[in-house]
Design a protein around this ligand. Sequence first.
Ligand code: NFE
Ligand code: MG
Length: 571
Amino acid sequence: MATKRIVIDPVTRIEGHLRVEAVVEGNKITDAISSGTIFRGLEIILQNRDPRDAWAFAQRICGVCTHVHALASIRAVEDALQITIPKNANLIRNIMSATQDIQDHAVHFYHLHGFDWIDVVSALKADPAQTSAIAMSISKWPLSSTSYFTEIQNKIKKLVESGQLGIFANAYWGHPAYKLPPEVNLLGVAHYLEALNWQKEIVKIHAVFGGKNPHPNYTVGGVPSAINLHSHGVINMERLNLVKSKIDEAKTFIEQVLIPDILAIAGFYKNELWGGGIRNYMSYGDYPQTSINEPDSFLVPRGVVLDGDLTRVYEVDLKDPEQIQEFVDHSWFRYDNPDAGLHPWDGKTEPQYDGPKPPYQYLDENKGYSWSKSPRWQGKPMEVGPLARFVVAYAKGDEEIRHLVDSALQKLDLPLEALFSTLGRTLARALETQHRVNLLEKFYKDLISNIKAGDTATFNNEKWNPETWPAEAQGVGFCEAPRGSLGHWVKIKDGKIANYQAVVPTTWNASPRDAKKQLGAYEASIIDTPLANPEQPLEVLRTIHSFDPCIACACHLLDPQGHELNVVKAY
Ligand code: NFE
Ligand code: MG
């Protein structure tokens, strides 16, 4: 059968530059490569700096997951220097993380991924009265009248008639793989616009505790937020009440808009259960109730599930040199031994581009083809992210996750196996917002009762002076970022950073092949995907987007020449 090679470059509605090439036989994908096409070098920039400053540089790895790199960085330094943090600091960090997850997931669902499923142009054909009836049948969200949806439809009409689609440009409108009736498409567009407004409200929680968003402030030893309930200029009762009001708003939005939407939309796509890929899932775990050093206290559990087998969960040890390693034999980096993996404490960032000279037609999968490395756990490729966290938690018997998953699948009349798919990944991310808003309520309550009991400490300065540090130390800091397991490994020597490596969620998922030719999670996930129209590979975009790619994070490495790759091509 004749084969074709499709190139999508750049994949849009993501952060950064991702290129995907897929080999198509007939209308099925038989091979794929995923390439991160930017280099920035943040790990090099961190060398020789004061470890207490590392978070501020590391945080600039990304502007989407704006807080997690700061958190992983300070946790790494605290691990190296054995610094413990006050209870309030742990609670506030958990509140910051849950806030980040909710905002990032909602933006992904509506703004980065929604239009893979919702056809804006079809919404013009909708009967607003029917949209209103559907909206009222699935939710008590007040913005649901016929006149409201008519107004939204008129807005879209004006845009389409102007010929300038603006935020709605660059999509395969009218593609046969769109399955929603016009009325549900109209509902989706309305909520796209509402979510755009709402997402800026939830991040005010970051501004309260971290001064601003994106990139809230942090500090090694705690959080930089002084608490005094009766004082101006610090965290007081008025600020905490604002936080509570944003948590309440988020809960209403998630329960009345986001969750009903995902269930309604998934109902029309539930027969499309491809996109599972490697079915190895990993979570480092996060949301410690006591300390990050006590994984048993994590409210998002740690573990690995292999090949979708929910009967067994493997332990993960981030300090074991055999467990987590990065390979570069298909990346544009140099190791002394190109086939060996390096644990991040001994990791190297030495760029060595040996790809084709731009402009080029195709990359060569037998050579280097990405600025992303290939991380592996025990030599195996892993998927990380909301679905991975859900699979691990489900396998470990986490009751809340089991309830969330079982009730959603029951409503959709789908078996558990359906989770291992593009749809399952998108469903898990949406359901995770419900889990996180429940956590937000809990952490907020715990914070208030701890403060009311008289504990206002937020910072531990015992080891602030570098003279108290050992001559050499090493640590690892981790968290569960919106896109998955994130780790920063630091080595400190004579008060300065001697080595720094970040292995981020998108590096796991977007990774190229390794020395054993095992595909990364994106690559494996699109194999066997049927394409309705290979000239318009919407199904590929759906699956790749379902991971919520962030190439700025994955490559954390700028292309000094600024390669001209910003053309979407489909051969
Ligand atoms: Ni730039 Fe990130 C997240 C991290 S990478 S978005 O979430 O870490 O996947
Ligand atoms: Mg790295």
